[in-house]
Design a protein around this ligand. Sequence first.
Ligand code: AMP
Ligand code: MG
Length: 400
Amino acid sequence: MIPVRDAQAHILERIAAPVPPEVLPLAAALGRVLAQDVRAEMDVPPTDNSAVDGYAVSASDIPAAGTRALEVTAELAAGAVFEGALRPGQALRIMTGAPMPAGGDTVYPQEVVERRGRQVIVGPLSPGANTRRRGEDVLAGAVVLPAGAVLRPQEIGVAASLGLAQLLVRRRPRVAILSTGDEVAEPGGARKPGQIYDSNRFSLRGLVETAGAVVMDDGIVPDQFDELHSRLLRAAERADIVLTSGGVSVGEYDLVKAVLQQAGGIDFWQVAMQPGRPLAVGGIGRAHFFGLPGNPVASMLTFHLFVRPALWKLAGRRELFGRPFLATAVEPMSKKAGRREFKRGILAWVRDRWEVRTTGPQGSGILTSMTAANCFIVIEEERSDVAAGDAVWVEPFQPL
Ligand code: AMP
Ligand code: MG
Protein backbone atom coordinates (compact mmCIF):
# COMPACT_ATOMS: atom_id res chain seq x y z
CA MET A 1 0.00 0.00 0.00
CA ILE A 2 1.32 3.45 -0.81
CA PRO A 3 -0.05 6.75 0.51
CA VAL A 4 -1.98 9.03 -1.87
CA ARG A 5 0.71 11.70 -1.58
CA ASP A 6 3.51 9.32 -2.64
CA ALA A 7 1.45 8.05 -5.56
CA GLN A 8 0.90 11.64 -6.71
CA ALA A 9 4.60 12.44 -6.39
CA HIS A 10 5.67 9.35 -8.38
CA ILE A 11 3.19 10.19 -11.12
CA LEU A 12 4.35 13.79 -11.47
CA GLU A 13 7.98 12.63 -11.63
CA ARG A 14 7.09 10.58 -14.70
CA ILE A 15 5.84 13.60 -16.63
CA ALA A 16 9.16 15.00 -17.79
CA ALA A 17 8.25 17.39 -20.60
CA PRO A 18 5.08 19.28 -21.49
CA VAL A 19 3.36 18.91 -24.87
CA PRO A 20 4.74 21.20 -27.63
CA PRO A 21 3.54 24.80 -28.04
CA GLU A 22 1.52 26.43 -30.80
CA VAL A 23 0.63 30.02 -31.66
CA LEU A 24 -3.02 30.99 -31.25
CA PRO A 25 -4.94 34.22 -31.83
CA LEU A 26 -6.25 35.75 -28.59
CA ALA A 27 -9.82 34.87 -29.50
CA ALA A 28 -8.96 31.15 -29.47
CA ALA A 29 -6.70 31.13 -26.41
CA LEU A 30 -9.19 31.01 -23.54
CA GLY A 31 -8.35 28.21 -21.08
CA ARG A 32 -4.98 27.47 -22.69
CA VAL A 33 -1.67 27.48 -20.84
CA LEU A 34 1.00 30.05 -21.69
CA ALA A 35 4.17 28.41 -23.04
CA GLN A 36 6.42 31.44 -22.43
CA ASP A 37 6.53 34.54 -20.24
CA VAL A 38 4.72 37.54 -21.69
CA ARG A 39 6.95 40.57 -21.20
CA ALA A 40 5.52 44.07 -21.71
CA GLU A 41 7.10 46.07 -24.53
CA MET A 42 5.24 49.24 -23.60
CA ASP A 43 3.88 51.09 -20.58
CA VAL A 44 0.15 50.74 -19.91
CA PRO A 45 -1.30 53.30 -19.93
CA PRO A 46 1.21 54.71 -22.40
CA THR A 47 0.83 58.31 -21.10
CA ASP A 48 -0.41 60.11 -18.00
CA ASN A 49 -4.11 60.71 -18.67
CA SER A 50 -7.30 62.00 -17.15
CA ALA A 51 -9.42 59.69 -14.99
CA VAL A 52 -12.51 61.91 -15.30
CA ASP A 53 -14.29 64.33 -17.63
CA GLY A 54 -13.26 67.78 -16.42
CA TYR A 55 -10.51 70.39 -16.51
CA ALA A 56 -6.75 69.78 -16.47
CA VAL A 57 -4.68 72.38 -14.64
CA SER A 58 -1.23 72.90 -13.17
CA ALA A 59 -1.06 72.26 -9.42
CA SER A 60 0.55 75.70 -9.09
CA ASP A 61 -2.79 77.27 -10.18
CA ILE A 62 -4.86 75.49 -7.49
CA PRO A 63 -6.07 77.99 -4.85
CA ALA A 64 -5.18 77.07 -1.27
CA ALA A 65 -8.57 78.48 -0.17
CA GLY A 66 -11.55 80.19 -1.82
CA THR A 67 -11.94 80.09 -5.61
CA ARG A 68 -10.03 81.18 -8.66
CA ALA A 69 -10.98 81.75 -12.29
CA LEU A 70 -8.90 79.99 -14.96
CA GLU A 71 -9.08 80.53 -18.73
CA VAL A 72 -10.24 77.49 -20.72
CA THR A 73 -7.74 77.33 -23.52
CA ALA A 74 -8.98 74.34 -25.57
CA GLU A 75 -11.04 71.15 -25.52
CA LEU A 76 -9.50 67.68 -25.77
CA ALA A 77 -11.34 64.46 -26.58
CA ALA A 78 -10.15 60.95 -25.69
CA GLY A 79 -7.81 59.82 -28.45
CA ALA A 80 -6.64 63.37 -29.25
CA VAL A 81 -3.37 64.96 -28.10
CA PHE A 82 -2.99 68.59 -26.95
CA GLU A 83 -0.12 69.96 -29.01
CA GLY A 84 0.54 73.07 -26.92
CA ALA A 85 1.36 73.53 -23.24
CA LEU A 86 -0.74 74.94 -20.41
CA ARG A 87 0.43 78.38 -19.32
CA PRO A 88 -0.12 79.84 -15.84
CA GLY A 89 -3.78 80.70 -15.31
CA GLN A 90 -5.00 78.29 -17.98
CA ALA A 91 -7.16 75.13 -17.84
CA LEU A 92 -7.76 72.52 -20.56
CA ARG A 93 -11.19 70.98 -21.01
CA ILE A 94 -10.34 67.24 -21.01
CA MET A 95 -12.23 63.95 -21.38
CA THR A 96 -11.65 60.67 -19.57
CA GLY A 97 -8.64 58.85 -21.00
CA ALA A 98 -7.23 61.84 -22.91
CA PRO A 99 -3.47 62.35 -22.38
CA MET A 100 -2.53 65.02 -19.83
CA PRO A 101 -1.28 68.21 -21.51
CA ALA A 102 2.25 69.47 -21.03
CA GLY A 103 2.16 71.76 -17.99
CA GLY A 104 -0.93 70.01 -16.52
CA ASP A 105 -0.81 67.52 -13.64
CA THR A 106 -4.22 67.68 -11.92
CA VAL A 107 -7.81 67.34 -13.14
CA TYR A 108 -10.98 68.92 -11.70
CA PRO A 109 -14.07 66.74 -12.29
CA GLN A 110 -16.59 68.85 -14.19
CA GLU A 111 -19.10 68.34 -11.36
CA VAL A 112 -17.00 70.34 -8.86
CA VAL A 113 -16.34 73.45 -10.98
CA GLU A 114 -18.46 76.26 -12.35
CA ARG A 115 -18.14 77.09 -16.03
CA ARG A 116 -18.65 80.75 -16.97
CA GLY A 117 -18.17 81.32 -20.69
CA ARG A 118 -14.44 80.97 -21.45
CA GLN A 119 -13.66 80.71 -17.75
CA VAL A 120 -13.85 77.95 -15.20
CA ILE A 121 -14.11 78.70 -11.46
CA VAL A 122 -12.13 76.23 -9.31
CA GLY A 123 -11.52 75.64 -5.60
CA PRO A 124 -8.94 73.75 -3.49
CA LEU A 125 -7.91 70.25 -4.69
CA SER A 126 -5.04 67.83 -3.99
CA PRO A 127 -2.25 68.14 -6.55
CA GLY A 128 -2.27 65.21 -9.01
CA ALA A 129 -5.93 64.37 -8.29
CA ASN A 130 -7.99 62.47 -10.89
CA THR A 131 -5.12 61.45 -13.10
CA ARG A 132 -3.78 58.04 -14.09
CA ARG A 133 -0.03 57.65 -14.27
CA ARG A 134 1.84 56.32 -17.28
CA GLY A 135 2.75 52.68 -16.52
CA GLU A 136 0.57 52.46 -13.40
CA ASP A 137 -0.95 49.25 -14.77
CA VAL A 138 2.08 47.75 -16.53
CA LEU A 139 5.69 48.94 -16.79
CA ALA A 140 7.61 48.20 -19.99
CA GLY A 141 9.99 45.30 -19.41
CA ALA A 142 7.92 43.62 -16.71
CA VAL A 143 6.83 39.96 -16.98
CA VAL A 144 3.08 40.45 -16.89
CA LEU A 145 1.95 36.87 -17.47
CA PRO A 146 4.23 33.99 -16.47
CA ALA A 147 4.72 30.80 -18.48
CA GLY A 148 2.42 28.12 -17.07
CA ALA A 149 -0.42 30.53 -16.34
CA VAL A 150 -3.88 29.49 -17.46
CA LEU A 151 -5.44 32.12 -19.71
CA ARG A 152 -8.59 33.37 -18.07
CA PRO A 153 -10.58 36.26 -19.53
CA GLN A 154 -8.48 38.75 -17.59
CA GLU A 155 -5.13 37.34 -18.81
CA ILE A 156 -6.36 37.60 -22.39
CA GLY A 157 -7.48 41.18 -21.72
CA VAL A 158 -4.04 42.09 -20.36
CA ALA A 159 -2.34 40.57 -23.43
CA ALA A 160 -4.62 42.65 -25.64
CA SER A 161 -3.83 45.79 -23.60
CA LEU A 162 -0.18 45.26 -24.58
CA GLY A 163 -1.16 45.20 -28.25
CA LEU A 164 -0.59 41.47 -28.66
CA ALA A 165 -2.80 39.62 -31.13
CA GLN A 166 -1.52 36.09 -30.53
CA LEU A 167 0.11 34.04 -27.82
CA LEU A 168 2.38 31.00 -27.63
CA VAL A 169 0.38 28.38 -25.74
CA ARG A 170 0.63 24.63 -25.18
CA ARG A 171 -1.41 22.49 -27.50
CA ARG A 172 -4.13 20.57 -25.67
CA PRO A 173 -3.02 17.15 -24.44
CA ARG A 174 -4.88 14.26 -26.12
CA VAL A 175 -6.39 11.60 -23.90
CA ALA A 176 -7.64 8.26 -25.27
CA ILE A 177 -10.38 6.75 -23.11
CA LEU A 178 -11.32 3.06 -23.12
CA SER A 179 -13.75 1.13 -20.97
CA THR A 180 -12.94 -2.50 -20.30
CA GLY A 181 -15.15 -5.41 -19.40
CA ASP A 182 -17.53 -7.90 -21.00
CA GLU A 183 -20.26 -6.64 -18.69
CA VAL A 184 -20.12 -3.09 -20.05
CA ALA A 185 -22.66 -2.08 -22.72
CA GLU A 186 -22.90 1.03 -24.88
CA PRO A 187 -25.67 3.46 -23.82
CA GLY A 188 -28.32 3.65 -26.53
CA GLY A 189 -27.76 0.01 -27.45
CA ALA A 190 -29.15 -3.26 -26.18
CA ARG A 191 -28.15 -4.51 -22.74
CA LYS A 192 -27.77 -8.24 -22.36
CA PRO A 193 -28.68 -9.87 -19.04
CA GLY A 194 -25.79 -9.36 -16.64
CA GLN A 195 -24.62 -6.21 -18.39
CA ILE A 196 -24.53 -2.63 -17.13
CA TYR A 197 -24.29 0.51 -19.19
CA ASP A 198 -20.93 2.17 -19.52
CA SER A 199 -20.91 5.29 -17.38
CA ASN A 200 -17.17 5.68 -16.81
CA ARG A 201 -16.31 6.60 -20.39
CA PHE A 202 -18.77 9.47 -20.19
CA SER A 203 -17.92 10.84 -16.76
CA LEU A 204 -14.20 10.50 -17.55
CA ARG A 205 -14.69 12.26 -20.88
CA GLY A 206 -16.26 15.17 -19.03
CA LEU A 207 -13.40 15.29 -16.54
CA VAL A 208 -10.85 15.26 -19.36
CA GLU A 209 -12.64 18.05 -21.21
CA THR A 210 -13.09 20.23 -18.13
CA ALA A 211 -9.38 19.74 -17.42
CA GLY A 212 -8.69 21.37 -20.81
CA ALA A 213 -7.67 18.28 -22.81
CA VAL A 214 -9.01 16.63 -25.97
CA VAL A 215 -10.85 13.31 -25.75
CA MET A 216 -10.24 10.44 -28.14
CA ASP A 217 -13.08 8.02 -27.49
CA ASP A 218 -11.81 4.48 -28.05
CA GLY A 219 -14.96 2.72 -26.95
CA ILE A 220 -15.49 -0.45 -24.96
CA VAL A 221 -12.96 -3.29 -25.04
CA PRO A 222 -14.08 -6.81 -24.11
CA ASP A 223 -12.08 -8.88 -21.63
CA GLN A 224 -9.98 -10.55 -24.35
CA PHE A 225 -6.23 -10.45 -24.16
CA ASP A 226 -5.34 -9.92 -27.83
CA GLU A 227 -8.09 -7.40 -28.47
CA LEU A 228 -7.13 -5.37 -25.41
CA HIS A 229 -3.46 -5.55 -26.35
CA SER A 230 -3.95 -4.22 -29.88
CA ARG A 231 -6.50 -1.56 -28.89
CA LEU A 232 -4.23 -0.17 -26.16
CA LEU A 233 -1.22 -0.05 -28.48
CA ARG A 234 -3.25 1.66 -31.17
CA ALA A 235 -4.58 4.24 -28.70
CA ALA A 236 -1.02 4.95 -27.57
CA GLU A 237 0.03 5.88 -31.12
CA ARG A 238 -2.22 8.94 -31.18
CA ALA A 239 -2.66 9.97 -27.56
CA ASP A 240 -0.50 11.64 -24.94
CA ILE A 241 -2.35 9.73 -22.23
CA VAL A 242 -4.20 6.41 -22.47
CA LEU A 243 -6.87 6.06 -19.84
CA THR A 244 -8.77 2.87 -19.07
CA SER A 245 -11.29 2.01 -16.39
CA GLY A 246 -11.86 -1.44 -14.97
CA GLY A 247 -9.71 -4.53 -15.06
CA VAL A 248 -6.99 -3.44 -12.65
CA SER A 249 -8.09 -5.33 -9.58
CA VAL A 250 -7.36 -8.96 -8.85
CA GLY A 251 -10.30 -10.69 -10.53
CA GLU A 252 -9.92 -13.52 -13.03
CA TYR A 253 -10.72 -11.28 -15.98
CA ASP A 254 -8.71 -8.25 -14.91
CA LEU A 255 -6.76 -8.35 -18.14
CA VAL A 256 -5.54 -4.77 -18.26
CA LYS A 257 -3.02 -5.89 -15.73
CA ALA A 258 -1.98 -8.96 -17.71
CA VAL A 259 -1.68 -7.07 -21.00
CA LEU A 260 0.31 -4.24 -19.50
CA GLN A 261 2.59 -6.52 -17.56
CA GLN A 262 3.56 -7.89 -20.95
CA ALA A 263 3.85 -4.45 -22.54
CA GLY A 264 6.18 -3.49 -19.66
CA GLY A 265 6.84 -0.25 -17.82
CA ILE A 266 3.68 -0.27 -15.76
CA ASP A 267 3.45 -0.15 -11.98
CA PHE A 268 0.47 -1.61 -10.16
CA TRP A 269 -0.29 0.14 -6.97
CA GLN A 270 -2.55 -0.44 -4.04
CA VAL A 271 -3.14 3.10 -2.84
CA ALA A 272 -4.13 3.53 0.80
CA MET A 273 -7.40 5.27 0.05
CA GLN A 274 -11.14 4.70 -0.02
CA PRO A 275 -12.72 4.44 -2.50
CA GLY A 276 -10.38 3.51 -5.37
CA ARG A 277 -7.57 1.29 -4.16
CA PRO A 278 -6.12 -0.31 -7.32
CA LEU A 279 -4.31 1.87 -9.84
CA ALA A 280 -2.03 1.09 -12.77
CA VAL A 281 0.43 3.78 -13.83
CA GLY A 282 3.16 3.76 -16.42
CA GLY A 283 3.95 4.10 -20.09
CA ILE A 284 2.72 2.38 -23.22
CA GLY A 285 4.51 3.27 -26.45
CA ARG A 286 5.13 7.02 -26.27
CA ALA A 287 2.00 7.62 -24.18
CA HIS A 288 1.49 7.77 -20.44
CA PHE A 289 -0.90 5.16 -19.14
CA PHE A 290 -3.42 5.25 -16.31
CA GLY A 291 -5.55 2.24 -15.47
CA LEU A 292 -8.32 3.43 -13.18
CA PRO A 293 -10.59 1.22 -11.09
CA GLY A 294 -13.92 0.24 -12.61
CA ASN A 295 -16.23 1.40 -9.87
CA PRO A 296 -17.79 4.63 -11.14
CA VAL A 297 -17.04 6.80 -8.10
CA ALA A 298 -13.55 5.36 -7.75
CA SER A 299 -12.73 6.10 -11.38
CA MET A 300 -13.81 9.74 -11.03
CA LEU A 301 -11.94 10.17 -7.75
CA THR A 302 -8.72 8.58 -9.01
CA PHE A 303 -8.92 10.80 -12.08
CA HIS A 304 -9.21 13.83 -9.82
CA LEU A 305 -6.30 12.77 -7.62
CA PHE A 306 -3.87 11.22 -10.08
CA VAL A 307 -4.73 11.91 -13.71
CA ARG A 308 -5.66 15.58 -13.59
CA PRO A 309 -2.38 16.74 -11.98
CA ALA A 310 -0.46 14.70 -14.58
CA LEU A 311 -2.59 16.12 -17.38
CA TRP A 312 -2.02 19.63 -16.10
CA LYS A 313 1.73 19.10 -15.83
CA LEU A 314 1.71 17.77 -19.39
CA ALA A 315 -0.26 20.86 -20.41
CA GLY A 316 2.50 23.04 -18.95
CA ARG A 317 0.49 24.41 -16.02
CA ARG A 318 2.23 25.79 -12.96
CA GLU A 319 -0.54 24.93 -10.52
CA LEU A 320 -1.43 21.24 -10.51
CA PHE A 321 -3.79 20.92 -7.56
CA GLY A 322 -7.00 22.54 -6.39
CA ARG A 323 -7.02 24.30 -3.05
CA PRO A 324 -8.63 22.45 -0.14
CA PHE A 325 -10.07 24.40 2.76
CA LEU A 326 -11.51 23.59 6.16
CA ALA A 327 -15.23 23.23 6.83
CA THR A 328 -17.21 22.13 9.85
CA ALA A 329 -18.64 18.61 9.70
CA VAL A 330 -22.30 18.83 10.73
CA GLU A 331 -22.71 15.08 11.07
CA PRO A 332 -20.46 12.27 12.38
CA MET A 333 -18.48 10.42 9.69
CA SER A 334 -17.02 6.94 10.03
CA LYS A 335 -13.35 6.70 9.15
CA LYS A 336 -10.75 3.94 9.26
CA ALA A 337 -7.31 5.12 10.38
CA GLY A 338 -4.36 4.32 8.09
CA ARG A 339 -5.91 5.32 4.77
CA ARG A 340 -7.18 8.51 3.20
CA GLU A 341 -10.94 8.56 2.77
CA PHE A 342 -12.94 10.65 0.38
CA LYS A 343 -16.61 11.20 1.08
CA ARG A 344 -18.95 12.89 -1.32
CA GLY A 345 -19.91 16.09 0.42
CA ILE A 346 -22.50 18.83 0.28
CA LEU A 347 -20.83 22.08 1.21
CA ALA A 348 -22.86 25.12 2.15
CA TRP A 349 -22.25 28.57 3.63
CA VAL A 350 -24.45 28.67 6.72
CA ARG A 351 -24.40 31.39 9.39
CA ASP A 352 -20.96 32.74 8.51
CA ARG A 353 -19.15 29.43 8.15
CA TRP A 354 -18.64 26.57 5.69
CA GLU A 355 -20.59 23.49 6.75
CA VAL A 356 -20.38 20.08 5.12
CA ARG A 357 -22.34 16.85 5.33
CA THR A 358 -22.14 13.65 3.31
CA THR A 359 -24.53 12.77 0.51
CA GLY A 360 -25.66 9.56 2.25
CA PRO A 361 -24.54 6.01 1.27
CA GLN A 362 -20.92 6.14 0.17
CA GLY A 363 -20.51 2.90 -1.83
CA SER A 364 -17.99 3.33 -4.65
CA GLY A 365 -20.59 2.18 -7.17
CA ILE A 366 -23.17 4.80 -6.11
CA LEU A 367 -22.60 7.32 -8.87
CA THR A 368 -25.58 9.48 -7.87
CA SER A 369 -23.59 10.35 -4.74
CA MET A 370 -21.47 12.41 -7.15
CA THR A 371 -24.47 14.23 -8.60
CA ALA A 372 -25.74 15.08 -5.11
CA ALA A 373 -22.28 16.33 -4.08
CA ASN A 374 -20.39 19.53 -4.76
CA CYS A 375 -17.12 18.53 -3.08
CA PHE A 376 -14.96 15.72 -1.80
CA ILE A 377 -14.54 15.57 1.95
CA VAL A 378 -10.91 14.55 2.50
CA ILE A 379 -10.17 12.76 5.77
CA GLU A 380 -6.45 12.25 6.31
CA GLU A 381 -4.70 8.94 7.00
CA GLU A 382 -4.06 9.41 10.71
CA ARG A 383 -7.63 10.34 11.59
CA SER A 384 -10.35 7.96 12.69
CA ASP A 385 -14.08 8.71 13.12
CA VAL A 386 -15.08 12.34 12.72
CA ALA A 387 -17.52 13.84 15.23
CA ALA A 388 -20.11 16.47 14.38
CA GLY A 389 -18.47 19.85 14.92
CA ASP A 390 -14.97 18.68 13.89
CA ALA A 391 -13.15 20.51 11.13
CA VAL A 392 -12.58 18.52 7.92
CA TRP A 393 -10.86 19.33 4.64
CA VAL A 394 -13.02 19.80 1.57
CA GLU A 395 -12.06 20.03 -2.09
CA PRO A 396 -14.80 21.61 -4.20
CA PHE A 397 -15.41 19.97 -7.57
CA GLN A 398 -13.99 21.87 -10.51
CA PRO A 399 -16.77 24.12 -11.84
CA LEU A 400 -17.87 23.36 -15.37
P1 AMP B 1 -13.43 -4.15 -12.39
O1 AMP B 1 -12.35 -3.31 -11.79
O2 AMP B 1 -13.27 -4.32 -13.86
O3 AMP B 1 -13.59 -5.43 -11.67
O4 AMP B 1 -14.78 -3.33 -12.17
C1 AMP B 1 -15.22 -3.00 -10.88
C2 AMP B 1 -16.69 -2.63 -10.91
O5 AMP B 1 -16.87 -1.47 -11.73
C3 AMP B 1 -17.59 -3.69 -11.49
O6 AMP B 1 -18.79 -3.72 -10.74
C4 AMP B 1 -17.86 -3.20 -12.89
O7 AMP B 1 -19.06 -3.68 -13.40
C5 AMP B 1 -17.86 -1.72 -12.72
N1 AMP B 1 -17.48 -1.06 -13.98
C6 AMP B 1 -16.39 -1.38 -14.69
N2 AMP B 1 -16.33 -0.62 -15.81
C7 AMP B 1 -17.41 0.19 -15.78
C8 AMP B 1 -17.90 1.21 -16.66
N3 AMP B 1 -17.25 1.54 -17.77
N4 AMP B 1 -19.04 1.86 -16.30
C9 AMP B 1 -19.68 1.53 -15.16
N5 AMP B 1 -19.26 0.58 -14.30
C10 AMP B 1 -18.15 -0.09 -14.60
MG1 MG C 1 -13.75 -5.65 -15.37
